[in-house]
Design a protein around this ligand. Structure first.
Ligand code: ADP
Length: 627
């Protein structure tokens, strides 16, 4: 046999007879082994040999002088080394053989049948190998189960149908269960609150119990308290491929879950806050837009360079066709050089942060070249990110306030003048009366006239003032306009006759009654009729008529008098306005009559228009709504 293919074998021979030993070796060689051997024949030398090196097998003679195979066997066993031990004996009784096997000998071979030895060796070696492998596996299992037991993960092992077979310490610690509560029970014993129990129940009804699974579950402790786990369910198969167990390894992720939940809540709160803030800002922006768009003030926003970046609709309306010019060069819409300078200075002072705000009045040219008096207010706009200031410019149309101012001064001047005139005349007449008492009658007549005129003036002023202050409330009653007109006509007939004026009327039949204040409206008819009589030369025609008009009734007062210049028409309803021609013809007027007429008509919801031609006559038309 080829030496290289032989199986090396470390043989420890317990044998006193070298011939016998050689025989054993020969037989082993013959069977294909390459025995490396040592022969010992005492307990000491046996122990030394055992400690010196590794042996594959011990082959021991049964009887030695002063030593025995059974003693050798005992020593080997005590050494703790798992060595195959074969006894070789000349003659061995059944009883002795049993005793030897009981003592741990693995086999025995008769000296007269040594050919059996290789087979026994072979078997013992194989069994020793199996024992060793088993031992290793057992060690491994012990290691693993220790690892399982001590693992921080929660471990459960069930049989293939879910009966709990094993639980590690971590599982018991976390859940608070006692092994007796669960071992031998189905997983569903963990209760409906437990995610794993529900998973098992569901998997069982789906037929997927024997499937690998990973996931996260909300489980319940023994006391019902919930805890989150990440689960790995593995299927353990035996050598035959059949499922032997289900291994469930769970990591307690309660803290992670709690952090996740907190993070989610935090994120949610943050989102809400951002949303809320955005809505607030949007709301504020909308409000500002509404204010800007609906403000009657013209508003423009300028950037830090002074260029207008935004205007509101009122600004567009104020400048109309000149809006582009106003945006490009705001100062060019101010006509007066001194005002231009004042506005420019105000703008600069705000932009340079010298002033928090500035106000200045100016007169600008708006759309269609019409002059508009404005109160210009300027305030800086500072951005957090940019300390250079922009500017908000708001222009308030104060033309009507200025008009009132102008009107007031004119009114005072006129009133002083018109009150002054009769007083001068009165003083003059009193002086003349003193000097020329013989002309008493004439003086008295003038004095009376002037006093009457003053009285009228004061009465009319009082009426206007009352109308202005709104202290007059209209006492409306259902009134027959024709009757009212007729009574005024009748009262004025003598005066007309006196002046040889032809006073005529035509009253529309079946006029609807209208709700008006008869006493106030009587003043309207009186004033219009007096004017017609006053400004119509002797022998002229005066005609009053009423007629039904759309939605109301109309009263027309027509005369063939001196007429009114077209240019003067817009002013005749103003207080104290009297035309020069009127002044020449009649010094008795106050210039307040038409102002009162218009106020009363408008207070009734009506309107008055005038149509006139110089030296041909004038027609005043009053329209009043019905109802
Ligand atoms: P007055 O006291 O001067 O009449 P009014 O307010 O009644 O004051 O009228 C204002 C001006 O209107 C008059 O001064 C006159 O110039 C003009 N006016 C009014 N009515 C007539 C008319 N019927 N014909 C011509 N001018 C009139």
């Amino acid at each position: 046999m080829d030496v290289s293919s032989r199986i090396s074998l470390a043989v420890l021979l317990v044998e006193d007879n070298d011939d016998d030993a050689q025989l054993v070796l020969r037989i082993l060689r013959k069977a294909g082994y390459a025995p490396l051997h040592q022969r010992v024949e005492t307990a000491d030398s046996l122990l030394t040999a055992l400690s010196e090196r590794h042996w594959d097998i011990v082959i021991s003679d049964f009887n030695l002088p002063g030593f025995s195979g059974l003693q050798a066997l005992d020593l080997v066993r005590r050494s703790g080394i798992d060595l195959p031990f074969i006894l070789v004996s000349g003659a061995i009784g059944e009883e002795t053989a049993v005793q030897a096997m009981k003592a741990g000998a693995h086999d025995y071979v008769m000296k007269d049948n040594l050919t059996r030895l290789p087979m026994a060796v072979q078997r013992e070696l194989r069994e020793a190998e199996e024992r060793r492998a088993r031992h290793e596996a057992e060690e491994e299992i012990i290691k693993l189960s220790r690892a399982l037991m001590q693992s921080a993960s929660l471990v459960m092992i069930t049989d293939p149908i879910g009966t709990i077979e094993y639980l590690n310490d971590a599982f018991l610690r976390v859940t608070g269960y006692h092994p007796d509560d669960l071992l031998g029970q189905d997983v569903v014993v963990l209760g409906a609150q437990d995610g794993l129990a529900r998973h098992f129940a569901a998997a069982r009804s789906n037929g997927t119990l024997e499937a690998e699974w990973r996931g996260e579950l909300l489980n319940a402790r023994k006391n019902g308290a919930p805890y989150w786990v990440s689960v790995t369910l593995s299927v353990v198969r035996g050598a035959d491929g059949a499922v032997s167990n289900l291994l469930i390894v769970m990591e307690d992720i309660s803290i992670r879950k709690q952090l996740e939940t907190e993070l989610q809540q935090y994120t949610h709160r943050l989102e809400m806050m951002v949303e809320e803030r955005t809505a607030q800002l949007r709301g504020a922006k909308d409000q500002i837009e509404i204010i800007l768009n609906n403000s009657s003030d013209a508003i423009a926003m300028a950037g830090s360079g002074g260029d207008i970046v935004r205007i509101n609709p009122a600004f567009r309306r104020m400048f109309g066709s000149r809006v582009e010019q106003a945006i490009e060069h705001l100062l060019t819409v101010i006509e007066e050089p001194r005002q231009v300078e004042r506005v420019a200075q105000a703008i600069v002072s705000v932009m340079m942060e010298e002033n928090d705000q500035a106000r200045v009045e100016a007169s600008i040219t708006g759309s269609d070249g019409v002059a508009i008096d404005v109160d210009a207010a300027m305030a800086p706009v500072r951005h957090e990110t940019d300390d250079r200031a922009g500017l908000v410019l708001s222009l308030r149309d104060i033309t009507y306030l200025k008009d009132i101012d102008r009107f007031k001064s004119r009114f005072v001047a006129h009133a002083a003048h018109d009150l002054g005139n009769p007083i001068t005349t009165l003083k003059m007449r009193l002086y003349l009366l003193e000097r020329m008492p013989e002309r008493l009658k004439e003086h008295l007549s003038v004095l009376t006239r002037e006093v009457e005129r003053l009285e009228t003036l004061v009465t009319e002023l009082r009426t206007l003032s009352e109308l202005d202050r709104g202290v007059v409330t209209l006492r409306r009653t259902s009134t027959d306009l024709n009757m009212l007109v007729y009574s005024v006509l009748e009262a004025h007939q003598p005066l007309a006759a006196d002046r040889e004026q032809n006073l005529q009327f035509s009253l529309a039949p079946r006029l609807p009654d209208i709700k008006l204040d008869p006493r106030k409206f009587e003043r309207v008819i009186v004033n219009l009729l007096s004017n017609a009589l006053r400004y119509t030369p002797n022998g002229g025609d005066i005609h009053l008529s009423t007629l039904a008009a759309e939605g109301g009734v109309s009263l027309l007062v027509r005369d063939s008098g001196i007429g009114i210049d077209q240019e003067e028409l817009p002013f005749i309803f103003e207080r104290f306005y009297r035309s020069d021609r009127a002044r020449q013809i009649d010094s008795g007027g106050t210039g307040l009559g038409l102002a009162i007429v218009r106020e009363v008509v408008e207070a009734h919801g009506g309107r008055i228009t005038v149509d006139s031609a110089i030296n041909q006559g004038t027609t005043f038309t009053v329209w009043l709504p019905v109802g």
